[in-house]
Ligand binder design. Structure first.
Ligand code: HEM
Length: 135
């Protein structure tokens, strides 16, 4: 694909390979979540595709890609949407551990170090913000 966006990326989203890269990360993340004893049970087990789409489009939108998330789901309101799930330090750490492993599968050329670091910092920041059980 030698289109202008590829040659002169105008957003983080485009710079790291667009939808394909976000799909890869989110898919590899949910492959682990499905099997996870701690946070796996929180997710609707009949809608893994839906879960993948929601997280993928949320991230894509945040990083300057299409506004698909908001078109389908409205304002992200992530704290509110996570309120039904008991998220403490252990749940946050597990989420981040699986996300780190998923991001690790993306090669350096697709996701160079500074982009990788920025992506990771955002994951950590949001995960910290979503802790809603302190005990
Ligand atoms: C801290 C640990 C976390 C846990 C235990 C957790 C768990 C969940 C669960 C059970 C759902 C509902 C199922 C679904 O809609 O797919 C969900 C939805 C979602 N989560 Fe998380 N999550 C965590 C962190 C994060 C982080 C760090 C992000 C973003 C970087 C995120 C983004 C989302 C999004 C975008 C949705 C869909 C919201 C919607 O449209 O309804 N989550 N999460």
């Amino acid at each position: 694909m030698a289109d202008t966006a590829q040659n002169h990326p105008t957003s983080f989203y485009e710079a790291v390979g667009g939808e394909e890269t976000f799909s890869t990360i989110v898919h590899r993340f949910y492959l682990q979540v499905r099997e996870d004893d701690l946070i796996g049970p929180m997710y609707p087990h009949d809608d893994w595709e839906g879960s993948e789409a929601r997280l993928k489009w949320f991230l894509a939108q945040y990083w300057g890609g299409p506004q698909t998330f908001s078109e389908n789901r409205g304002h992200p309101r992530l704290r509110m949407r996570h309120h039904p799930f008991a998220i403490g330090v252990a749940e946050r750490d597990r989420w981040l551990e699986m996300m780190a492993a998923a991001i690790d599968t993306v090669d350096e050329e697709t996701l160079p170090a500074p982009y990788r670091a920025a992506l990771w910092e955002h994951m950590v920041r949001v995960a910290d913000m979503l802790i809603n059980r302190f005990d």
